[in-house]
Ligand binder design. Structure first.
Ligand code: COA
Length: 155
């Protein structure tokens, strides 16, 4: 899938009606995924903002951040396995940064597993710079987290 899929793709804000499908996608991609209750709490939380990526009205990706005191923190980004490596992660991050800035973010940060090369690449492409390591950050395998920051023109 290439340019045609990108043209027919759309990113919009996540709603409660999306949670079942987002939950399915999340279980496909993450070991310790959130319960339905956590998702509902997340999208009703004033500080959080989640988006979904649709192709032909099917949810194939999602992303989200928290915004506190002018700093956005990216919480999640995911693309369905069969569509990975075609630029959709890049679209989701670029869109999320744009939305965060529009909502008042002066800087955007995130933590990513050291071994997650596709995610690190997508963030780097969008201007994020590595600024440190949190050793043994992830409980499941004691992997390090890489901390990345993006400062906006206002920040
Ligand atoms: C991280 C993720 C969202 C990226 O989405 P995507 O649609 O695959 O991203 P893109 O296609 O825009 O870009 C991926 C980049 O990684 C590269 N890449 C993919 N697999 C790779 C690998 N095994 N080794 C090196 N580079 C790799 C691609 O070549 C591409 O870089 P390029 O544009 O320079 O060629 C997706 O892989 C995903 O959902 N992963 C599972 C969930 C996850 O780990 N989320 C992040 C933490 S919350």
């Amino acid at each position: 899938m290439g340019t045609a899929a990108k043209k027919s793709s759309k990113i919009r804000r996540m709603t409660a009606a999306d949670i079942n499908l987002v939950g399915e996608l999340a279980r496909e991609l993450f070991k310790d995924e959130w319960s339905q209750e956590t998702w509902i709490a997340e999208i009703n939380n004033n500080i959080s903002y989640y988006t979904v990526l649709e192709i032909d009205n099917q949810i194939v990706g999602y992303a989200g951040y928290w915004l506190v005191a002018g700093e956005a923190q990216i919480i999640r980004i995911a693309v369905a396995r069969k569509l990975q490596g075609q630029g959709f992660g890049n679209l989701l991050v670029a869109d999320m940064v744009e939305r965060a800035i529009r909502e008042g973010a002066l800087a955007v940060s995130l933590e990513v597993r050291e071994s997650n090369i596709p995610a690190r690449k997508v963030y780097e492409k969008n201007g994020f710079v590595e600024s440190g390591i949190r050793p043994n950050y992830y409980q499941d395998n004691h992997e390090n987290a890489v901390i990345m920051w993006l400062r906006t023109e206002q920040g």
